[in-house]
Design a protein around this ligand. Structure first.
Ligand SMILES: *Cc1c(COP(=O)(O)O)cnc(C)c1O
Length: 425
C-alpha cells in the first residue's frame, strides 16, 4: 500500500511557511526531526487520517494521544455539533461544566475540586501557581525530559519537541524566570531523596509525568513514584501528577489508579476535551480553594469550560467508563507489543511501553531516563519513520514521542502495522 506523492502537502507547506513561522503552529508537526515536510490533513475517521493528496494514513500519533476512541467518533462528533448549534460560548456558567467536572472527579477521586482551562500548558501552569500560593514557597522540582507545557519556568530540560532542537530549552526565557525550577533525573529515587533531605522545606511542588511520555515512553521504575509521594509528604510540598497524557489512558483513573498512588494535585488534558481545547487542574479541596474568587490565587480564561469542549469531553468519558473498554485496550496492546518484541529482538531496537502507549528506541537498551533516550540513533529513527510513511503508517514523528493505540486499531490493522515495522526498521 504505497502512498501517492505528497505534492499538495508540499505546496500547502510553502504557502504556510510564508505566513506561519516554520509553517506550523506546533514545532513537532514540521517533521524536521525526521528530515521531511509536514503532512496536511483533510479529514479523519477511526484509526486513519486522510491527507490532502488522498493518502490514507494509519495514525499512531492520534493527535498526541487525544483520540483513544479513534478519530471522529460518532457520539463525540454529534455531541459537539449539537453544542455548537446551541451557541459555542457564552461567557457565563453552563451546567455541562459541573457535569464533566463530576465525571472527572469520579474517575480521579484525588481531584476533590477542579477547574477547566484550554490547554495542558495552562493546567500545569495554574496548578503550580496554586501550589505556590498554598505553601507560600517558591521552588518547583521537575524531572529531566518531562514536558509540562511551554510556560517559561517549565522550559527547562523539557523533552518532546524541545528535545529535537539543538538547544535543549528555549531562547526568550530570562534566567530569573527559571531560577526556582530545579531539575532532577527521572527514575532516580536516591537523587530525589537527597535533594529533599537538604532542601525539602523550601519546595512548593514536585511535578512529574507518572509515566514519562515526552522523552519517548519511559515508565517509572518500581519505588520511584512512591519515593516522590513520600518525600513531598514528609516536607509539606505539593505532589502534582501531570496526567495530561496518562489521564483516561492508562486506566479510566489514569496512572494514579494504575499504580495506586494518590497525588495532592493532578492535571488532565488531551482525552478529557474529546478533541477540543480543554484541560483541567484539580486536587485537594483545601489547596484548590486558594483560587479566586474564594482565595488569593488568580487564574481565569475567556473560553475556559467551553461548552463545545465540555460536550465532547462528556461524550468521550461516557464511552470510556463502560465496563471492559480498558481491558480490551490492554489486551490488544499487550499482544501487539509482545509480537513487536519478537520482531525487534537482536536488532539494536528496544520497546518501552505502558498500556496503550509505546516508543521504539533505536538504542542499545531500554531507556530509563532522559540521558538514555537522548543517546538514541535519530538518523535510524528518521529512516524508520519515512519507511513507515511510505507504507501508509504515520507513527509519532520523533524519537522523543509516544505512540498511541486506540479502540479503532483493530487486530487486522495492528497485524498490517507489524508487517510494515518489520520491513521498515
Ligand atoms: C501535551 C502535554 C502537556 C501540554 O498540553 P498542551 O495542551 O499541549 O498545552 C503538558 N503535560 C503533558 C504531560 C503533556 O503530554
Amino acid at each position: 500500500m504505497k502512498i501517492n506523492n505528497r505534492e499538495k502537502s508540499a505546496r500547502a507547506f510553502e504557502r504556510a511557511c510564508n505566513v506561519i513561522p516554520g509553517g506550523v503552529d506546533s514545532p513537532v508537526r514540521a517533521l524536521k526531526a525526521v528530515g521531511t515536510t509536514p503532512v496536511f490533513a483533510d479529514h479523519a475517521g477511526d484509526a486513519c487520517i486522510y491527507d490532502i493528496d488522498d493518502n490514507r494514513l494509519i495514525d499512531f500519533c492520534m493527535s498526541w494521544g487525544v483520540f483513544i476512541l479513534g478519530h471522529n467518533q460518532r457520539d463525540v462528533t454529534s455531541a459537539a455539533v449539537a453544542a455548537v448549534e446551541k451557541g459555542s460560548s457564552f461567557g457565563m456558567c453552563t451546567e455541562a461544566e459541573s457535569e464533566l467536572a463530576e465525571m472527572v472527579r469520579a474517575a480521579f477521586p484525588s481531584m476533590e475540586k477542579l477547574r477547566f482551562v484550554n490547554s495542558g500548558t495552562e493546567a500545569t501552569m495554574s496548578a503550580i501557581r496554586v501550589a505556590r500560593g498554598y505553601t507560600g514557597r517558591d521552588i518547583l522540582v521537575k524531572f529531566e525530559g518531562c514536558y509540562h507545557g511551554h510556560a517559561d519556568h517549565l522550559l527547562v530540560a523539557a523533552g518532546s519537541g524541545a528535545a529535537s532542537l539543538s538547544n535543549a530549552s528555549s531562547a526568550g526565557v530570562p534566567d530569573g524566570f527559571t531560577k526556582y525550577t530545579v531539575v532532577l533525573p527521572y527514575n532516580d529515587s536516591a537523587a530525589l531523596e537527597k535533594y529533599f533531605a537538604e532542601n525539602g522545606d523550601r519546595v512548593a511542588a514536585l511535578i512529574v509525568e507518572p509515566v514519562a511520555c515526552n522523552m519517548g515512553v519511559v515508565p517509572p521504575k518500581p519505588g520511584f513514584l512512591e519515593a516522590a509521594r513520600r518525600v513531598t509528604r514528609e516536607h509539606g510540598a505539593v505532589l502534582i501528577f501531570d496526567e495530561v497524557i496518562t489521564g483516561f489512558r492508562l486506566s479510566y483513573g489514569g496512572a494514579q489508579q494504575r499504580f495506586g498512588i494518590t497525588p495532592d494535585m493532578t492535571t488532565v488534558g488531551k482525552i478529557v476535551g474529546g478533541g477540543f481545547p480543554a484541560a483541567a487542574f484539580g486536587g485537594r479541596k483545601d489547596i484548590m480553594d486558594m483560587l479566586a474568587p474564594v482565595g488569593p490565587v488568580y487564574q481565569a480564561g475567556t473560553l475556559s469550560g467551553n461548552p463545545v469542549a465540555m460536550a465532547a469531553g462528556i461524550a468521550t468519558l461516557k464511552h470510556l467508563r463502560e465496563p471492559g473498554i480498558y481491558d480490551e485496550l490492554e489486551r490488544r496492546s499487550n499482544d501487539f507489543c509482545a509480537r513487536l518484541e519478537e520482531i525487534i529482538a537482536g536488532k539494536g531496537i528496544y520497546l518501552n511501553h505502558c498500556g496503550t502507549m509505546f516508543t521504539l528506541f533505536f538504542n542499545d537498551k531500554n531507556p530509563e531516563n532522559f540521558a538514555d533516550t537522548k543517546r538514541s540513533d535519530q538518523k535510524r529513527f528518521a529512516r524508520y519513520f519515512n519507511n513507515m510513511l511510505q507504507r501508509g503508517v504515520y507513527v509519532s514523528p520523533s524519537q522523543f514521542e509516544g505512540n498511541f493505540i486506540s479502540l479503532c486499531h483493530t487486530p487486522e490493522i495492528l497485524d498490517y502495522v507489524l508487517k510494515c515495522i518489520e520491513e521498515s526498521i
